[in-house]
Design a protein around this ligand. Structure first.
Ligand code: ADP
Ligand code: MG
Length: 349
């Protein structure tokens, strides 16, 4: 189906480790003056500057976090960078460098690694990031990919998870649930393909969903937007595991409760349509779907006028006292307790 039938296969053994590292890194260039030394020595060197350094790492495992039968390698590379940049942006910081560590089995030819790095490179160019190092090794089975992102921020600009206060507004960027539904569509097509490989999938009604699953974009723009609006969030988190789960983190660390409103959750029309088709509840999907890579933050209530009406931002509720718990107000006005189910990576599936 979505499989890339690349006829060319160059074995990694032929190149050797150093040949491979040279090959995959030679197309990257350095553009931040904070990068004093990138790939090629025993370690990279960064200029510490007077700002605070922000670091985040993610580890992605084939079969757990991605399925190469419908995830093209170029998209995987791009998405793996996004996942990390999203964490840096969620601190209200600027991302500048990444390292990439890779383990692959001999099932992968050089061309596969080139595809992966083409995606990483596109992400670096688009988001103005220097690739400054990594590690390359073999695995007995499948692919493992770990990326570390490094960023910086003025001390006074950093935003943590623990600063939300009662009466603060809860604001989200973008819309929710699409990436999860994109995954459902791809899984379904994979099953269809297994039964009937001749079947040509018609994915026209799901373009946005699939794009959100395969090519998410991290919200680099929000730090600038908030500066422009002259708003500093009291707390912020990126939405990788669904709104419920992220609100749970904010409320636990800030020692507060929250109230969010079902009718305020931003949903794309494709999400609403796909939920009907798959017989899923769109609110549940928006709250627990995961992989949206949007930002959720809280702002003091007096920022209302600056936030409302901004097409990038939706106010979905407000922070309450801790003893009020985490509440969802349904369209019918009913109060129900939010559950932080999310995508728990360690949960039995
Ligand atoms: P060492 O043996 O000291 O760990 P390596 O031979 O692993 O050194 O790495 C040589 C250089 O290539 C280092 O600068 C390292 O950061 C970089 N590097 C290794 N693997 C990768 C990779 N997959 N992506 C980007 N840079 C890499
Ligand atoms: Mg090494």
């Amino acid at each position: 189906m979505l499989e890339d039938k690349n006829p060319q296969r160059t074995s990694l053994a032929e190149l050797g480790e150093f040949g491979l590292i040279n090959h995959i890194t030679k197309y990257f260039s350095i553009s931040h003056k904070s990068t004093l030394k990138g790939v090629g020595d025993d370690a990279a060197v960064l200029d510490a500057s007077t700002k605070q350094t922000v670091i985040s790492t993610d580890l992605l495992i084939e079969g757990v976090h991605f399925d190469l039968s419908y995830m093209p390698l170029k998209h995987l590379g791009y998405k793996a960078v996004m996942v990390n940049l999203s964490d840096i942006y969620a601190m209200n910081a600027t991302a500048e460098q990444i390292t990439v560590s890779l383990a692959v089995s001999n099932r992968f030819p050089l061309e596969a690694i080139e595809e992966l790095y083409a995606g990483i490179q596109l992400a670096c160019e688009t988001y103005h990031i220097d690739l400054i190092g990594g590690d390359t090794t073999s695995s007995t089975k499948g692919m493992l990919l770990s990326i570390t992102a490094i960023g910086k921020a003025n001390k006074e600009d950093l935003v943590f998870r623990d600063g939300a206060k009662p009466t603060d507004l809860i604001v989200v960027t973008g819309d929710f649930g699409a990436a999860y539904l994109g995954l459902q569509v791809l899984e379904r097509e994979k099953q269809v393909f297994k039964v009937n490989p001749q079947n040509q999938p018609d994915l026209e009604n799901y373009t946005y969903l699939i794009e959100r699953q395969l090519k998410p974009e991290a919200r680099k723009d929000i730090a600038d937007l908030l500066k422009e609006l002259d708003v500093k969030p009291t707390s912020m988190i990126d939405v990788s595991d669904g709104i419920s789960s992220e609100l749970f983190h904010i409320c636990t660390q800030s020692k507060v409760g929250c109230k969010i409103y079902e009718d305020k959750l931003p949903l794309d029309p494709q999400v609403i349509n796909a939920c009907e088709e798959f017989e899923l509840d769109s609110t549940t999907i928006a709250l627990s779907g995961g992989e949206d890579y949007e930002l959720l933050f809280t702002v003091p209530i007096d920022a209302y006028d600056k936030i409302k009406g901004n097409p990038n931002l939706s106010i979905i509720g407000h922070i309450t006292e801790q003893n009020q718990g985490l509440q969802l107000i349904t369209r019918g006005g009913q109060e129900i307790e939010l559950r932080a189910q999310g995508w728990n990576a360690l949960k039995e599936s």
